[in-house]
Design a protein around this ligand. Structure first.
Ligand SMILES: [Cu+2]
Length: 122
């Protein structure tokens, strides 16, 4: 019984070389891909005293930006072109956005439109 099971397993490898090759390729390319791509960075913009700090951030595609509201009242981080919109970020809360496309994204706080910042995705 054990013998027939092992011969069946042998047959699978022998008669389905395409499947075997696929598995080998999948296994070999996954870690390589991981090394080739630079790790995504996380950038922080603090909202404090009615200002985004730093007001300008330069990031790469795939990077994340976390806004942290350090004021005792709510704010938003809303792209003028609507590419992102945090909605209300309550006092002490954070909101994170992952960049997907290159571009220059000026943003404001919709509650205090005088507050301005810019995210540049390169
Ligand atoms: Cu605000």
């Amino acid at each position: 019984m054990n013998e027939s099971m092992s011969s069946r397993r042998y047959d699978w490898w022998r008669h389905e070389p395409a499947s075997s090759l696929f598995l080998v390729l999948l296994t070999c390319t996954m870690p390589v891909k991981g090394y080739a791509e630079p790790p995504a960075a996380v950038h922080t913009a603090t909202i404090e005293a009615m200002q985004f700090s730093p007001a300008s951030l330069e990031i790469s595609v795939g990077d994340r930006v976390t806004w942290k509201n350090a004021d005792p009242f709510p704010h938003t981080a809303t792209a003028v072109g609507q590419q992102f919109d945090s909605g209300i970020i309550a006092a002490g809360e954070t909101w994170t956005w992952t960049s997907k496309r290159k571009g220059i994204y000026p943003y404001i706080c919709t509650l205090h439109p005088g507050m301005k910042g810019t995210i540049t995705v390169k």
